[in-house]
Design a binder for this molecule. Structure first.
Ligand code: HEM
Length: 313
């Protein structure tokens, strides 16, 4: 079997390919195009590849961070990098509860038609919580044109990365989950309680896949039937016969999961994309380029106390 590091070494290029394919805008409507920058900026892909590889060399956790960043960007106003925008009043997407402080990877941006609106409330409305029931999860993914089966495929990303205690605290202490939660082994719950006291230090984290936490493999699907899924939402996938069958199929075939996972990532990257003359290409990834005349008037009339507020209000 390949070692963790050699398996991980494959993650960055794959990620990059996926991210790049998704980041290339076209001049026509709603279609991204591979090779969009071939003439105008032939080194674009190499530069992004180098930036991702350098970030990965410094901290291999960036692989998990980027996969989740992609997910959280695409589910809120489409894949328009709105999650990268910063706000002085703390009301942008990145400030919403599902993103702060857990989302990471902001330091490795890439170019596409970028959005210029980033609202915390949009993130709260469109991102799933670890306490969601299966019905809530299916509904949320369906709104983004993803089937329940595609959801099962994509959540396999929980085979890498880490989580703050707050995301599963209600599961291991005084179970306040919406419905009876029988999907957590008592041994695992005990281990998690020792790591996360009922009032944990806010910065304590644990790996999501305790056996192969840094390998992008199909282990997530092997853990679920053993009641070793970390989140209540993970275990929800087992409560439906058809989805549970998919869990078992992916547990049996890593190759099949791998193929479907990257297809799912690419489909996710096409959600509500901005193309042609929509949006803009940001000069600084965390700030919009310019404010329109009307927005500026709003600013000078005093209804907004900062340019930043215009973007996020
Ligand atoms: C089905 C609904 C989902 C829920 C409820 C959910 C929830 C979560 C939560 C609570 C965390 C931990 C956050 C923290 O640090 O506290 C997390 C981490 C993560 N999620 Fe999900 N997630 C879902 C789907 C997905 C999907 C579709 C992907 C990607 C395709 C994904 C990729 C990741 C990754 C890679 C991490 C680790 C991030 C890191 O280490 O920085 N998740 N997720």
């Amino acid at each position: 079997m390949a070692s963790s590091s050699s398996r991980l070494a494959g993650v960055a290029p794959l990620l990059l390919t996926a991210v790049l394919c998704l980041q290339l805008p076209t001049v026509s409507r709603a279609q991204l195009q591979v090779g969009f920058y071939e003439k105008t900026c032939p080194d674009a892909e190499t530069l992004v590849r180098q930036a991702v590889a350098a970030a990965f060399a410094k901290n291999n956790g960036i692989a998990a961070g980027l996969i989740r960043l992609h997910f959280h960007d695409c589910f809120v106003r489409g894949c328009d990098a709105s999650v990268l925008l910063v706000s002085a009043n703390g009301m942008a997407e990145r400030d919403a509860m599902p993103n702060k402080p857990s989302l990471r990877g902001f330091e490795v941006p890439s170019g596409r038609r970028d959005g210029n609106i980033s609202l915390m409330k949009d993130a709260d409305e469109n991102l799933p919580l670890p306490t969601f029931t299966l019905q809530q999860l299916i509904h949320l993914f369906a709104k983004k044109t993803l089937t329940a089966e595609e959801m099962v495929t994509l959540v396999g990303a929980h085979t890498i990365g880490r989580s703050f205690c707050s995301s599963f605290l209600s599961r291991i202490w005084n179970n306040t989950n919406p419905i009876v939660d029988e999907g957590l082994s008592s041994g695992y719950a005990k281990l998690l309680r020792s790591l996360c006291p009922s009032t944990p230090n806010n910065s304590t984290t644990t790996v999501i896949d305790p056996s192969t936490p840094t390998v992008l493999d199909n282990n997530y699907y092997k853990l679920l039937p053993l009641n070793l899924g970390l989140f209540f939402s993970d275990n929800q996938l087992r409560t439906n016969a058809a989805l549970n069958a998919s869990v078992n199929t992916f547990a049996d075939s890593e190759a099949l999961w791998n193929e479907k996972f990257w297809k799912g990532m690419i489909k996710m990257g096409n959600i509500e994309v901005l193309t042609g003359t929509q949006g803009e290409i940001r000069l600084n990834c965390s700030v919009v380029n310019k404010i329109t005349g009307m927005e500026m008037a709003h600013y000078y009339s005093g209804s907004a106390s900062s340019v930043d507020e215009i973007v996020t209000s």
